[in-house]
Write a protein that binds this ligand. Structure first.
Ligand SMILES: *Cc1c(COP(=O)(O)O)cnc(C)c1O
Length: 361
């Protein structure tokens, strides 16, 4: 009997768990489990999808020139150093696959994004997890964890689900401290929600081994469309482009992405709303005696006293039709990651948790 044997590492991959979107018996749920934009996509992006819908019999361009030009113009970056992917997840897959393989190590941190160990195994490499310091990425621990097998370091800044950030000086120290043959990936999925942060663009501009990744899934409200991009040295982008499928992005994705990135007033009003409601949610949680760090993302990590209490709070929220994210898999069994909603939605979360606290007293 012959047996099909998959490549090493593949069967070690635990499938990615997306945010829940249903509660049994409740028709209208409020989904705050996937860090989606409560205001949805820019109307300009929706218009671009409509305008291009009749032309989907045509193959899209392979070079993404229009989308790269728009991104480059808005962010002040050289379009030739930009690569676009099916979500930033695909760009992360390009970089891990291009630079790591069997026998190599890919470093990520204790509370890092759950896709990181998956991506390492997809490349056949070994994921290596390094501790954080009180829910913040610890640069010294990362540097101490580097071996001669390390090929890629993956960190999200701001972090998900912590919402915390690495200080600019520490980030530079990390880039300085890594060996020349290790790629530092700065996953900037939540950059637009942070105060005064360029996502790592300046580090990626100056160095041959730093890749910044960005996404249209969070502040742009286009998670369902799957568009992301990366920015790095021309040589690195040239490498990644060789393993990119020529038609990875559809014309609809590119047209919507271009319209979305140019609609700066939409982006800034979404960021403003998030900042206000995030502060409101953070304050209310603390008043209820629920611990949380100041978040620089569009979510807040609520830390209950223990796992049982998190389960109870989650159940109370669900009975009010609100879905948030359990983050036991991220090392926080006592945690609930709550996406920041609009004014009404945030009010519903606060009201539900307040009621739960009163009832369990
Ligand atoms: C949401 C998220 C992404 C974005 O993934 P896409 O593939 O662009 O939708 C990337 N990294 C982190 C840490 C995220 O939370």
């Amino acid at each position: 009997m012959t047996q099909l044997v998959p490549q090493p590492g593949i069967m070690d991959i635990a499938l990615y768990q997306g945010g829940k979107s249903h509660v049994d018996g409740i028709a209208q749920v409020l989904k705050l489990s996937s860090n989606e934009n409560p205001l949805g996509p820019s109307p300009a992006a929706v218009g671009a999808i409509r305008e291009n819908a009749g032309a989907v019999h045509r193959y899209p361009s392979t070079d993404h020139a229009g989308l790269r030009a728009a991104i480059g113009e808005v962010h002040g970056l050289d379009p030739d150093r930009i690569i676009c992917g099916v979500g930033s997840d695909e760009v992360l897959q390009f970089v891990t696959q291009a630079y790591a393989g069997p026998g190599d190590e890919i470093l990520y941190t204790e509370h890092g994004f759950s896709m990181y160990p998956i991506l390492a195994r997809m490349a056949g490499a070994t994921p290596v997890c390094v501790r954080e310091a009180d829910r913040v990425v610890d640069v010294e621990a990362i540097l101490a964890g580097v071996t001669d097998r390390t090929r890629v370091v993956l960190i999200a800044n701001p972090g998900n689900p912590t919402g915390t950030m690495v200080e600019p000086a520490a980030l530079t120290a990390l880039a300085d401290g890594l060996p020349d043959n290790v790629v530092l990936v700065l996953d900037g999925a939540y950059t637009e929600f942070a105060d005064d942060y360029d996502g790592g663009a300046s580090l990626a501009t100056d160095r041959h081994n730093v890749l910044m990744t960005r996404t249209f899934s969070k502040i742009y409200g286009l998670g369902g469309l799957r568009i992301g991009w990366g920015y790095g040295a021309a040589e690195m982008i040239g490498v990644l482009t060789r393993i990119r499928q020529p038609f990875n992005l559809s014309q609809l994705q590119m047209a919507a992405g271009q319209a979305a990135v140019r609609d700066r007033s939409w982006v800034s009003s979404c960021a403003d709303l998030n900042r206000q409601q995030r502060a409101r949610l953070t304050g209310a949680l603390r008043q209820l005696g629920i611990g949380c760090d100041d978040s620089q993302g569009n979510f807040v990590l609520a830390r209950l006293s223990n796992e049982a209490e998190a389960t109870a709070a989650d159940a109370a929220l669900q009975s009010d039709g609100i879905i948030v994210r359990r983050v036991g898999g991220y090392g926080f069994p006592e945690g609930l990651r709550i996406t920041v909603g609009d004014v009404d939605q945030t009010g519903r979360v606060i009201a539900a948790l307040t009621r739960w606290r009163e009832e369990s007293r």
